[in-house]
Design a protein around this ligand. Structure first.
Ligand code: SAM
Length: 277
């Protein structure tokens, strides 16, 4: 897989892909990441990439021509002839569709992804219309530029590439993991969860020491009963999702056991709420 990032600040990316999983994935040839200075595709003395907005208003807008030339230099097919299963051009934008784990999975299937980083008030809309396949937002807030968004997308996608993580299950059984797969193999192996994450958040994790600043690791995790641990983890994953992201529960792949656990959690919450009232 290859990422090309078009930006006015190519140095922004100098070290960001030099750590951990990304560094290993690049060194192992799983992914190539190249950055391209938008100013190299200007034709005036001042290397101008922006201009004032039609219709008035504050701020400047990135011009379409340098972006067009940057894409042409990368030999990206014109939009109407593009095989979007093989190559995709993404505009980073606060007005874009949400970038989610599901979109990250989709992007792993594409050999070549080009990302255009906006700046100032944004990018001339014709770039989106004529050159881009997707307009993606990394969240409901406004950043100063698309560079952080591009880095977020590269990170989230690369760790899903086969071979990027030490254990392939790591990306299946974490927050937002889509699969609901029964466990196979050794029944005595350490448990992961009762189900794949099924679109909910991960359960809380603990490591040594067993007691820190007076707070003990939950007793069930210190015992060796794998079934009890699985059940506890699923319940905690549901509890965290209910508390922090109840919207995810509406679309999650929940089973009868999950619904029973959720009823228990809600009853427990009502009891605690009642106690503190
Ligand atoms: N005027 C734009 C608006 O209100 O939607 C904001 C422009 S922002 C200051 C400049 C650039 O940062 C955008 O063109 C985009 O590339 C990037 N950007 C800002 N927020 C973003 C987000 N949530 N996701 C992805 N890119 C973002």
């Amino acid at each position: 897989m290859r990422f090309d990032i078009i930006t006015i600040f190519p140095d922004f990316f100098t070290s960001i892909f030099e750590y951990g999983i990304l560094r290993r994935a690049r060194a192992g040839g799983l992914v190539e990441i190249a950055t391209h200075d938008l100013r190299s595709f200007t034709h005036d003395r001042h290397r101008t990439v922006d201009d004032r907005p039609f219709g008035g208003g504050e701020g400047m807008v990135l011009k379409p021509q340098p972006i067009h030339d940057a894409l042409a230099s990368l030999s990206i097919s014109p939009k109407e002839q593009r095989d979007t299963k093989r190559e995709s051009v993404i505009l980073l934008s606060a007005q874009g569709r949400p970038f989610t784990q599901a979109v990250a999975h989709e992007l792993t299937e594409i050999e070549r992804v080009v990302m255009i980083c906006g700046r100032y008030e944004g990018v001339d809309e014709r770039v989106n219309e004529l050159m881009c396949d997707r307009e993606l937002s990394i969240g409901d807030y406004v950043l100063s530029g698309g560079e952080l968004g591009a880095a977020v997308i590269v990170d989230a996608v690369v760790r899903l590439l086969p071979g990027a993580l030490g254990h392939p299950d790591s990306s299946r059984f974490e927050s937002f993991g889509a699969q609901d797969v029964p466990e196979e193999g050794d029944p005595d192996a350490p448990p992961r969860a009762t189900h794949g994450a099924g679109g909910i958040l991960d359960y809380p994790h603990y490591t040594r020491p067993a007691e820190f600043e007076g707070v003990e690791v939950p007793e069930v995790l210190q015992g060796g009963n794998h079934d009890v641990i699985r059940l506890w983890r699923r319940k905690m994953a549901l509890r965290k999702t209910l508390e922090n992201r109840p919207d995810l529960l509406e679309k999650a792949a929940l089973g009868d056991l999950d619904r029973k656990l959720l009823r228990e959690i809600e009853a427990e919450r009502r009891r605690v709420g009642g106690d503190s009232a």
